[in-house]
Design a binder for this molecule. Sequence first.
Ligand code: F6R
Length: 341
Amino acid sequence: YNADTKGMLKALWELPEQCARAWELGMAADVSPMDDLRQVVVTGLGGSAIGGDLLRVYATQRLDVPVVVNRDYVLPKFVGPHTLVFAVSYSGNTEETLSAYSQAREKGARLVVLTTGGKLGELAKNDGVPVITVPGGIAPRSATGYLFIPTLAVLYRMGLLPDLSHEVAECTSLLQSMREKLKPEVPLDSNQAKMLAASFHNRIPVIWGSSGTTEVVAQRWKGQINENAKAPAYWNVFPELNHNELVGFEFPGELLRRLYVVILRDPQDHPRVQKRFAITREIMEGAVAGVVEIMARGSGALARMYSLVYIGDYASVYLAMLYGVDPGPVRVIDTLKARLA
Ligand code: F6R
């Protein structure tokens, strides 16, 4: 392996411990309860925003207030003194997030910052805003534990979610056992992530999740394939895709033979959605290169989400290796940021 592949594989190997550490970091944050909370907003971009989406799905059935993810310079109009804003930027230097942070201050929102440092860390320190400083040195997308799990601990500390330490512990030990079967030393025929990478090779992965369960994980797989393997991938969610995307699978000829479909499943998927999986498969199966279903493991929602995230993360790195590209650098993002400077 080249250095970047090694670094990415190391970060993946350490994800279980990252989840455990992330909970501790959130528990140590200097936050106090808020009894007039009306909304939670997570503001960030890319790898720093996906944790917000994980929180949004996680909290939908557990929190009394909505979680809104903001990937923009500008915050929604409703943000005010009754809003808790998590400003998340791994580097601390993302201009959209810095702008949203200043707006949150102007609007009098309660703020918590998650970052490795940068300008955001400095601003928050000067403003007396609580900062959760997460370890640096990895790609933001490899820091999904650090950029999501502390928000759960903060919400617990504010009396808005129950104590989730047992869910974090389950997630950690599940991932620790999964990595033994996903690591590079395990050969293709018994390594689920390598098999997926082989199926994706020279094809376009299409990743389907379901609203309220695996939707963000599907988006995560797509992003990881894009950023690690430098390859196209697309995602969508049930039941919505049954109302539009499926019609495209009537397309005649060979074009669809380039698509490889993954359906990410969760035991909590709505029973009608589970029926939709089976019918959808029957309708489009012969038209595409292949369809595979992957079921989430574990009992708690956190373990179920991360069990699927983990398989996709490993598969995207193995796909990078098949394409002979470095999974680490995302030069096109760096170029774009530099041209905007
Ligand atoms: C993911 C990645 C990007 C960044 C995004 C925002 O690995 O490199 O998606 O996460 O450009 O930057 P940060 O996370 O530093 O705020």
